[in-house]
Design a binder for this molecule. Structure first.
Ligand SMILES: *Cc1c(COP(=O)(O)O)cnc(C)c1O
Length: 396
């Protein structure tokens, strides 16, 4: 697409604003319309205007989003899906076959683990959960049958860091594709395709959309043959993003750079507070110098992002109480929106992995640090940790 080529060498923020769409030639509209149409008039049989024939196969609003996210990830082609999990399923069942094996992180997003464990396995696609070191990945590879290495970095909810370059080398040695779930970092903080990954997958529900108002997923690749295979399954399996969802996600991406800067800044302030708090026993944040993945994160990420997890001294009961007492932090699942969220992974987002090797500590609290005033966020956590209720004035 012309707009994307035009801006492919521009800075991230310029691409975020301009890539994927040129102002409409007939009206000059600077923002792509929501093309709420399922089909397109043909000028004679097969005479397509702009290549559109049916909106599962293609829709101009979705095309704008796909061009934009591809440019942000420095990839060649992007695909927008109805959800992150729809994107993941299309990748796994579209690119793999029964008998294939996937190496997979042992603290992955719970829904991703459930997809592999409860769905893909029934289709004959097996997986092995492993640790984050390249050696762990290498040891789990089954020569000839491991066709995909899947990583998240930072991981959810323990914020472990995977060295993308090193794991890409291990995957490629074995002839496997490296897929990176880049949801936690977003393309602003980290661009896995530039580090050797073959496929980037997103839950755009999170930072890309950024306003907790839309569920979506995306896939971006560089290799054009791989893109063709994904394009086929995108259409053939049909889990595509609708035009309104695409429009909302694209609007979110325009401000991704600004939001990620503030998310990271606020998270750093919150981490500084938590590490000194007597009721907090451990803080997980890749920006901390004693975090085991700090050096790799500093190398492959622009900043350390807005996700913070911590453990409390008082066990599960205190972790639950902190989640329930917070007022500025909203108790809820999901992440990556402008508003701060707090949750108890063991009972909420990661309840589906209880009793498996992915089980998370019961005294763990996860924060998605939003872009509110940092002092308000810290004050809220301080009260929640001390067991005091928030004054009404703060949340009114
Ligand atoms: C939310 C999430 C997903 C799943 O995406 P949905 O949009 O909820 O389907 C996958 N990976 C990570 C890291 C997530 O946070």
């Amino acid at each position: 697409m012309a707009a994307q080529e035009h801006t492919s060498k521009s800075g991230f923020e310029t691409r975020a604003i301009h890539a994927g769409y040129d102002p409409d030639p007939t009206t000059g509209a600077v923002i792509p319309p929501i093309f709420a149409t399922s089909t397109y008039k043909q000028d004679g049989v097969g005479g397509l205007r702009g290549g559109y024939e049916y909106s599962r196969s293609g829709n101009p609003t979705r095309t704008a989003l796909e061009g934009n996210i591809a440019a942000l990830e420095e990839g060649e082609r992007g695909f927008a899906f109805a959800s992150g999990l729809a994107a993941e399923d299309t990748l796994v069942r579209g690119l793999l076959a029964p008998g294939d094996h996937v190496v997979f992180p042992n603290d992955a997003y719970g829904g991703t683990f459930r997809l592999f464990d409860k769905v893909e396995r029934l289709w004959g696609i097996d997986h092995t959960p492993v640790g984050h070191a390249p050696e762990d990945v290498r040891a789990a590879i089954r020569p000839g049958t491991t066709k995909m290495v899947w990583v998240e970095t930072p991981t959810n909810p323990l914020l472990n860091i995977v060295d993308i370059e090193a794991v890409a080398a291990v995957a490629h040695e074995a002839g496997a594709l490296l897929v990176v779930d880049n949801t936690f970092a977003s393309p602003y903080l980290q661009q896995p395709l530039t580090l050797g990954a073959d496929v980037v997958v997103h839950s755009t529900t999170k930072y890309c959309g950024g306003h907790s108002d839309v569920v979506g997923g995306a896939v971006v690749v560089r290799d054009l043959d791989l893109a063709e295979r994904i394009a086929f399954h995108h259409n053939a399996m049909g889990a595509v993003a609708g035009p309104f969802d695409s429009w909302l996600t694209l609007r979110g991406l325009r401000t991704l750079a600004l939001r990620m800067e503030r998310h990271s800044e606020n998270a750093e302030r919150v981490v500084e507070f938590l590490t000194r708090h007597p009721a907090v026993s451990h803080v997980y944040y890749p920006g901390l110098p004693d975090h085991p993945g700090h050096e790799v994160a500093a190398r492959q990420m622009r900043r350390f992002g807005g996700m913070v997890s911590f453990r409390v001294t008082g066990g599960e009961a205190q972790a639950l109480a902190v989640c329930e007492r917070a007022e500025v932090f909203t108790l809820g699942e999901s992440l990556g929106g402008v508003e701060s969220l707090i949750e108890h992974p063991g009972r909420m987002t990661h309840a589906s992995v209880a009793g498996t090797e992915l089980e998370v500590p019961s005294d763990l609290v996860r924060l998605s640090v939003g872009i509110e005033t940092a002092d308000d966020l810290i004050g809220d956590l301080d009260r929640a940790l001390h067991g005091a209720a928030a004054p009404d004035s703060l949340t009114r």
